[in-house]
Design a protein around this ligand. Structure first.
Ligand code: ADP
Ligand code: MG
Length: 702
């Protein structure tokens, strides 16, 4: 565990620099909050003019404090922060909680950088600046200006928004979702999400890590640290940030939205992404109280047919379609319901179900090996007492002694049901006031388990490639003063990385064109080769299915004329003669070098509609072959690859291989390639492979 971060987040003593005797001032509030939260460590107010604050001795400088100081909460105006930081460094403080604002958030990045540089030079870490502070129930510590410690619990929240952190602090009591720590991360000048995730992973009082993120500084480090945790992570990502860095010269550039790449990155990090604030709480509740769901068999118990049907719909949506339980299970369950009940799934105990039937069926079902996750639904009835039902359910679950299988509950009813659910949550069982949410929570526990399996998939980083050949082409293009590469140059790179490109040659005369076409064999494709024409069809620069010498001669002339008409001063390198690939399903593979996550690969169905349909999926490169297969399934048009209308299934294996190789290429050449795409890659029947017919690379500026 990082000792310095421990000093910052679980300090044994705190100095409040800028402490004030005036109620209402932040420097006063922080002292008061520390005292009122029952913090047992040393509290040392620092202020050159005051003598005593809330009965505590005030020091003129942090250097006057006779005891060691772990953390310093700084509330002085920005212009004094540098001096104070130096004193803290001299004192041997471990971490600074910089509550003061007036740094990067108002445009003063220089001051912020100086603060971090000086702090780091003393070995100190900086939380913030511009933070609310940090709160920890297990340390009875409210080192912030948020009004009180949150409801106690086993999740910990890291928030980039201070206002939201304060709001969540209050919400914990009304939503009955407990947190051990609330950490305000502010401007993230130094301590960032990756740091806090790694530290919370080691924190004995945190079971679930909850993040509110607006933007990440080092995307790759975040993925790495998150993937390394053994605790669930839930993320709410706000804001579609400006993503202007990548020029939209390629298809991928125009398709890559920050949000899509963030979502991909969270998946690769093994983190659950919440859709909104409510969802963030619902997911946190499930993941902080229950183990992951290790298989797909969901059993739903209910006393009402209606909520059972609702649950069935929700299960489908949550990726856990309901299946009937095995006969033997149904037979046993029938013993705990009236004759008109149903032992299929959802299991309908009927409105006659009381404590005993709920107890017996829950205990049996939860213990049965077929069941991977149990959802119990209850509609309040005149004959039953919600609290008694809740207690029966809890006892049934506990008596099985099973701890590695999840259960979630929903009570639908009034105040008595709410109280019963509150009791359930306090006793470790997530309960929701809507059957949909109980099923969705189970889906989250299943998703979490699935994501953890993927984290261990090996990534092949040993493809046999000819990097030198690729670098030679790149250097020649750079020497020519360009960043846009022609199809033939791009294909040279693809080929060096083992991607299956169609046979291609450049010719510079009609005679040569005929000769080359004959040597390839008809039909052939002919295209313009010009660094000024990157979208060739737009310029009338592509002729397909040319069947003889006459066709070649005609195409040669027409393509050149079209190119001149399109752009009179276009630099023309010649005409491309290319093997005509047989028809196949058109797909697109592309890449962007994202400014947060680095090289990122994209997959979608290709062809002319790709930009309209935007049916594409992203992954931060490199990727395992398993991840590549998941990408193929990740688009809406995925069934097209299985073959539609009597077509044979497409060669997904070959396509996945090409995708992971492509991801390797853009990673290996991440210094050079800014954007690229292969549109289309034609995909053939199973066993018949794929062909890259077009390629485009935009180099980084150097
Ligand atoms: P553009 O620069 O306009 O994207 P392409 O090289 O992709 O040019 O060619 C346009 C279209 O022509 C492709 O989408 C594909 O349908 C077809 N095509 C191009 N090259 C070949 C080829 N070698 N074999 C078969 N079809 C091809
Ligand atoms: Mg193309």
């Amino acid at each position: 565990m990082d000792e310095v971060l421990t000093g910052l987040l679980r300090p044994k003593s705190i100095a409040i620099i800028g402490a004030s005797a005036t109620p209402g001032k932040i420097g006063h509030t922080v002292v008061k909050n520390l005292v009122e939260s029952g913090y047992q460590g040393g509290i040392y107010p620092v202020n050159p003019t005051a003598d005593e604050i809330l009965g505590l001795k005030v020091y003129k400088s942090v250097l006057d404090i006779p005891e060691p100081v772990d953390a310093a909460a700084i509330t002085v105006p920005a212009k004094f922060v540098i001096d104070v930081t130096k004193e803290c460094g001299e004192k041997g403080v471990k971490g600074l909680i910089v509550i003061s604002s007036g740094f990067a958030e108002v445009g003063d990045t220089e001051l912020e950088e100086e603060l971090v540089r000086i702090a780091n030079s003393y070995g100190m870490r900086v939380l913030g600046p511009n933070v609310v502070g940090t709160l920890s129930n297990s340390d009875n510590m409210n080192a912030s200006f948020a009004p009180f410690l949150p409801l106690d619990g086993s999740a910990s929240l890291v928030s980039q928004s201070g206002a939201l952190l304060i709001a969540i602090d209050a919400i914990t009591f009304t939503r009955r979702i407990g947190f051990d720590k609330l950490i305000s991360i502010g401007n993230m000048s130094d301590v960032d999400f990756a740091d806090t995730v790694a530290w919370l992973n080691e924190d004995e009082n945190t079971k679930c890590i909850t993040l509110y993120i607006e933007g990440i500084t080092d995307g790759r480090r975040f993925i790495k640290e998150s993937a390394n945790t053994h605790k669930p992570i839930v993320v709410l990502k706000a804001g579609v940030s400006e993503h202007g860095a990548a020029a939209a010269a390629s298809h991928t550039g125009s398709l890559a939205g920050a949000q899509k790449i963030y979502s991909a990155a969270f998946e690769q990090a093994g983190a659950i992404q919440a859709t909104d604030l409510s969802d963030l709480f619902n997911c946190t509740l499930a993941l902080s109280l229950q183990p992951p769901m290790q298989g797909d068999n969901l059993l739903v118990l209910t006393n009402g047919g209606g909520v059972g049907v609702l649950a069935t719909d929700s299960a489908e949506e949550a990726g856990l379609p309901m299946k009937f339980a095995p006969e033997a299970v149904q037979e046993e369950l029938k013993k705990h319901m009236p004759s008109f009940g149903s032992a299929k799934n959802p299991v309908d105990l009927t409105g006659m179900a009381g404590n005993e039937w709920y107890f017996d069926s829950t205990k049996y079902a939860f213990a049965h090996e077929w069941v991977d996750g149990l959802v119990v639904l209850y509609c309040e009835t005149a004959m039953t007492n919600p609290m008694e039902i809740a207690k029966s359910l809890h006892r049934a679950i506990t008596e099985t002694g099973i701890k590695d299988k999840p259960v979630t509950i929903s009570f639908v009813g009034g105040e008595r049901s709410d109280e019963a659910m509150q009791w359930l949550v306090e006793n470790g069982i997530p309960a929701y006031n809507d059957p949909h949410l109980a099923v969705k929570a189970m889906g989250t526990l299943r998703d979490y388990a699935r994501l953890q399996e993927l984290k261990n998939e090996p990534i092949n980083n040993n493809h046999k490639v000819d990097k030198q050949a690729a670098m030679d082409i790149i250097e020649a293009v750079r020497a020519n003063g360009r960043t846009g590469m022609t199809e033939i140059e791009s294909k040279g790179i693809f080929k060096a990385y083992g991607l299956p490109v169609v046979q291609t040659s450049v010719v510079t005369s009609e005679e040569e064109a005929v000769e080359t076409a004959e040597s390839f064999g008809y039909p052939v494709v002919m295209k313009i080769v010009s660094p000024d024409i990157l979208h060739k069809s737009d310029a009338g620069g592509v002729k397909v299915n040319i069947e003889d010498e006459v066709g070649v001669r005609e195409a040669y002339k027409t393509i050149l004329e079209n190119a001149k008409a399109y752009k009179a001063d276009a630099e023309i390198h010649g005409i491309l003669i290319q093997e005509m690939a047989p028809w196949g399903t058109e797909t697109i593979v592309g890449s962007v070098n994202d400014h947060t996550f680095g090289p990122t690969v994209m997959f979608g169905l290709g062809g002319i509609f790709v930009e309209v349909l935007k049916d594409v999926t992203f992954r931060v490169a490199p990727i395992s072959e398993k991840e590549a297969q998941i990408m193929l399934d990740g688009i809406r048009g995925a069934p097209i690859l299985d073959g539609v209308r009597g077509e044979a299934p497409r060669d997904r294996k070959a396509l996945a291989e090409v995708l992971s190789r492509y991801a390797f290429m853009i990673t290996d050449l991440s210094e050079e390639i800014l954007e690229s795409d292969a549109n289309p890659i034609l995909v053939y029947e199973e066993g018949k492979g794929v062909k890259v017919v077009d390629a485009r690379i935009i180099l980084t500026e150097k």
